[in-house]
Design a protein around this ligand. Structure first.
Ligand code: ADP
Length: 256
């Protein structure tokens, strides 16, 4: 089992001095190589779930296990990618990708070889000596994915990586991320507000309730082309799955 949440509760101290329960009794498992999306209303604890997977927060109750081992702090088994690419502007792309490898005791040549390999996999060969400002938004996100993959994590966490991009770039990037992630056989957890994106990219979708977030539905996306969302997009079942998730969310117009 790549990832397990066992009856996880996370409470934070609130501004008023009481405690705020962010997530309650979150219990799910993710298999090796599976792509799972997490959807739910704002503030329901999605980012908290990713942060606990990455070891940035500890559960108040329950356990988080990565490859059967309890997560007790940040570790190399988990790679985290956010909406902002966080590339260092003064480094070229290849040295941005090498950045995470510098503390791993690899020789310079080995670092460079590994970085070039993931850049090729992310279709950025030829751009290694460009600086972040010279790349488009989509290319920067691919560079950020390359940096995450370079440390060869078992699990990749994606926190809304496409939400700041225009619609066409988003479709192309969903496709290239899906291909690379499938080729590299990575277990992936994606947070998204875009229900179609969840259907296009996932094997399974966890639907969370309003805060305190708990899993109210697990939807298996039984459709082909998980590694090619652009092809999956043409299937009529995609909108049926999206409607099914929307119904679980019970979002009300008056809430907006
Ligand atoms: P989502 O990602 O679904 O929008 P979050 O996981 O960011 O939700 O937050 C869930 C709840 O926990 C929110 O009410 C948020 O204010 C609260 N929260 C998150 N992180 C902290 C923190 N470090 N300290 C206090 N409250 C927090």
């Amino acid at each position: 089992m790549a990832l397990e949440f066992r009856h996880v509760i996370k409470r934070f101290p609130s501004k008023t001095g009481d405690t705020l329960t962010a997530v309650n009794d979150v219990d799910f498992r993710v298999e090796q190589g599976e792509f799972v999306s997490v959807v739910g209303p704002s503030g329901c604890g999605k980012s908290t779930i990713l942060s606990m997977t990455a070891g940035l927060y500890q559960p108040t109750e329950g356990e988080v296990l990565v490859s059967g081992e309890k997560v007790d702090g940040p570790n190399a088994h988990v790679g985290f990618m956010l909406q902002k690419d966080l590339l260092l502007p003064w480094r070229d792309i290849v040295s941005n990708v090498e950045f995470g490898l510098e503390s791993r005791g690899l020789k310079r040549d080995e670092r460079r070889a590994r970085a070039m390999k993931v850049l090729e996999a992310c279709h950025l060969g030829g751009f290694e000596h460009h600086y972040p400002y010279q790349l488009s938004g989509g290319m920067r996100q691919r560079a950020a994915l390359a940096r995450t993959l370079a440390i060869d994590p078992e699990i990749i966490l994606l926190d809304e990586p496409f939400s700041a991009l225009d619609a066409q770039t988003k479709l192309l990037l969903q496709n290239s991320f899906s291909k690379v992630i499938a080729e590299q056989k990575k277990t992936t957890l994606l947070i998204t507000h875009d229900l179609s994106e969840a259907v296009l990219m996932s094997d399974r979708i966890l639907v969370l309730s309003e805060r305190p977030g708990t899993v109210i539905a697990e939807i298996n996306v039984d459709l082909p082309h998980r590694d090619e969302p652009l092809k999956r997009r043409a299937l009529p079942e995609v909108s049926e799955y999206a409607a099914q998730i929307f119904a679980h969310l019970k979002l009300e117009e008056k809430a907006f």
